[in-house]
Design a protein around this ligand. Structure first.
Ligand SMILES: Cc1ncc(COP(=O)(O)O)c(C=O)c1O
Length: 397
């Protein structure tokens, strides 16, 4: 059956699945094999030459992973998908495919810390020029586009400030200047259940599948989604030759399992984050709350337009700055102090000293990441329990 016209939840369960012809297993089998047997030397040669379909070696493709890739492509509305060993594997394989010495990338200055590090002092070591701007400022984007610009890179909602960028406006601006520029959007915070950047004009979507897509805190994984010819370049160059960041078949299977409940989980993450954001916004000890679902959020209108709901991530500052923020985090009893996000457990962390410690103090200031900012991933617990935990910790301040 073709699932193109089905709803998101149906696609997450059924799209891309291949009937197990051997035993009729309901769950996709785990092909935990590094390599695949050829009938003959000639057949191996034909497969390497692309003259015959069939698996060769798991770094180039694996049947369990193919099912997952086809499912993610369907969920993101892309022609094709490449699974990777981590979100950073997806991002670096993509950037190594589009960039090279003498090429120019425009990136938003507010990014996950290791993505910022890769763009700021990783690929720049190899002759790639990177300008950091605020991609929600179209004038800044316009003034930085150049003849050698190959990509515009952004996250929306951005980690950790939840800044919103208008994906359609960025794509219009970049493609108006040069249709060959790849607009690359990290869709980790929203997940395809809430936002499809390709339908808004982006060329490439990257994911840390470690987060909502898997959702259970037990896998590190990533995806790149886009046009089939581009994904094939990322597979055969960015991943095969440059990063080698291939997803393990068992991780692919765990992701297939996690994805079955993605739509349900996202609804609960959003509901919990909305309630927590409202509680924090009304609390006298709280100075600022960043949640795109709040009408006071700068990007609220754009988020309402381009997202189905506002997500499970929020960040906030308490009065008294960093010391008070740390005291609050240390006083929590239920909400867990850990990096990562999108898991069943609510997770809290301090970006300036943890996920974004790759930024200098000045870079943190420019990115709008305050020294006392706290990032919270609303999990799947009952909202009343999470709010009660925050309330008792606030009383300690
Ligand atoms: C928005 C975002 N993108 C990418 C990554 C990197 O993903 P991974 O840790 O799976 O390599 C992260 C990790 O936290 C992230 O938050």
């Amino acid at each position: 059956m073709n699932h193109d016209t089905c709803g998101f939840g149906t696609k997450a369960i059924h799209a891309g699945n291949v009937k197990d012809a051997q035993y009729g297993a309901l769950s996709t089998p785990i092909y935990q094999s590094s390599t695949f047997v050829f009938d003959s030397c000639e057949q191996g040669g034909r497969r390497f030459a692309g003259a015959e379909n069939g698996y060769i070696y798991t770094r180039l493709g694996n049947p369990t992973t193919t099912v997952l890739e086809n499912k993610i492509a369907a969920l993101e509305g892309g022609e094709a998908c490449l699974a990777t060993a981590s979100g950073m594997g997806a991002i670096s394989s993509t950037l190594w495919t589009v960039a090279g010495a003498g090429k120019h990338i425009i990136a938003d200055g507010t990014l996950y810390g290791c993505t910022f590090a890769l763009l700021n002092h990783g690929i720049t070591r190899y002759g790639v020029e990177v300008d950091f701007i605020d991609t929600s400022d179209l004038e800044a984007l316009r003034s930085h586009l150049k003849e050698n610009t190959v990509a515009v890179y952004l996250e929306t909602p951005a980690n950790p400030t939840l800044k919103i960028t208008d994906i359609a406006a960025v794509a219009r601006e970049a493609h108006g200047y040069n249709p060959a520029i790849k607009v690359i959007c990290d869709n980790t915070f929203a997940s395809p259940a809430l936002q499809n950047p390709l339908s808004l004009g982006a060329d490439v979507v990257v994911h840390s599948a470690t987060k909502y897509l898997n959702g259970h805190g037990d896998v590190v994984a990533g995806f790149v989604v886009g046009k089939a010819d581009f994904i094939s370049q990322v597979r055969l160059f960015g991943l095969k030759d440059m990063t080698g960041a291939v997803m393990d078949p068992f991780a692919a299977w765990l992701l297939l399992r996690g994805l079955k409940t993605l739509e349900l989980r996202m609804a609960r993450h959003c509901e919990n984050a909305r309630k927590i954001a409202a509680f924090l916004a009304a609390h006298p000890a709280v100075e600022k709350v960043n949640y795109p679902g709040l009408a006071t959020h700068k990007g609220h209108d754009v988020a309402a337009r381009q997202m189905k709901d506002f997500g499970g991530m929020l960040s906030f500052e308490v009065r008294g700055g960093k010391a008070a923020g740390m005291k609050l985090v240390n006083a929590l009893k239920l909400i867990t102090v850990a990096v990562s996000l999108g898991d069943a457990e609510s997770l809290i962390e301090h970006p300036a000293s943890m996920t974004h410690s790759t930024y200098s103090e000045e870079e943190l200031r420019e990115a709008g990441i305050a020294p006392g900012l706290i990032r919270l991933s609303a999990g799947l617990e009952n909202a009343e329990d999470l709010i009660a935990d925050l309330e008792q910790a606030m009383a300690e301040l």
